[in-house]
Design a binder for this molecule. Sequence first.
Ligand code: ADP
Length: 456
Amino acid sequence: MKSLYIRIVLVTLFIMMVSSLIAFIGSNLYYQKILKPSNDKKNTEIAHDVVDLFEAASMDESMFFEKTAKLSYQFYITDGKGDGTFYGADFRNQTLSQGVIKDVLNGHTYHGMAEYPSTTFVTGFFSNELSNSIGVPIEIDGKSHALFMRPDIKQQFNEIHILLAVLLFLTIALSMLIVFFSTRYLVKPIRELTSATKKIAGGNYSIQLKENRQDEIGTLAKSFMSMSRQLMQVEQMRQEFVSNVSHEIQTPLSSMKGYANLLRSPSLSTEELDAYTKVIESESTRLSKVSKQLLTLASLDKDQGVIKHESVNLTEMLQTLISQTRWLWEEKDLALSLEADEVICSGNEDLLYQAFENLLSNSIKYTPPEGEIRLFLHKDQRGITFRIEDTGIGIPPEHIGKVFDRFYKVDESRSHERNSSGLGLSIVKKIILLHQGNIHVESIPDEGTAFTVTLP
Ligand code: ADP
């Protein structure tokens, strides 16, 4: 497996190579189409100037061309017979067809530079060949000669050559160096993220990543940190949940075990036998209630928003609820009233019944005998409002924000005698949220509590 670092380096080098190639082809096209003809034209003019100058100078041929060649030109002069004479630096390739020479002797100009084959790309410009020259007729000592000339590129561009080579070398070397280091800088945070992921997978959530970068990697680091914080919270909640569940199950179980042991004693009176059996009975009921509530919560968590909807007559539902709990509130001598519009809504009947039942049974549970419970159900344009008010013990302000948390009990010490698990309100909230509704509580200690449920 290639590391990201190697990949980025290779891709960048590849991009550099491809762009150099494209640049080379582009500059060649520019040379072939524009520079080559203009270079030919320029040198043709120079060749004619040299001829004019020679004629005007009336100097000895060899002296004139030796001196002129020093101005960085290469010359070849021939009268078509014999070998001819070279001045200036040597041509690498001295081949030139007799036809060309004859043509120039006949008064034509030879455009060897413009006609030089384009397959050689821009290097044709540097190609030190006799055929890559300009040929013009010249008269020497009253006889027709052909003068071939090309600039001595090596001499003219020597310094520029070196400068260009240094420039090119430095550009390539520095870019490669910078690519090596900058890639390291780019890849480092990703490496850190990878090792952070491994830590999280191993259960270690205390991760520190630099979040100060303003780019995508910075955003990723921020999201990653927030994810690890959430995971840590979830893990804490899970541990708390497990310990709460074990506590809720362990307490009735040990009580049942204790009383079951007592039942073994041979000298038990009938009253004792009856009392112990009742405890075991009520503890098992409690245990079964907790496990039912846990199952409900688990299935609500699983559903996450997808519940079966049907048409529910809430008014009838409340009437049924009141009559089914009658023995509970009548036992405590509570005055219970219902003020309800005819309300039909879309929702899950079983779940809504469970929510209202939990709220009502809480009010019954936490209202002292001879107290009052009032239920209201109204419907307007904004939606449905259900409100349950009691004159019970109320909830102290410091607890009010937590009563919807799982296993939260205001008075832990009395939770057992009240048959309380701390799960009822969390189930209510979950059900209401699954119906896109809201629940809200107001309470004054020793005066009473009111829960308001709104449904869309
Ligand atoms: P529990 O099984 O303990 O009733 P809930 O989740 O239904 O669990 O309630 C959480 C806590 O909120 C209870 O322990 C109780 O102290 C408080 N509470 C709920 N309803 C009322 C109410 N109507 N009046 C006073 N306190 C209440």
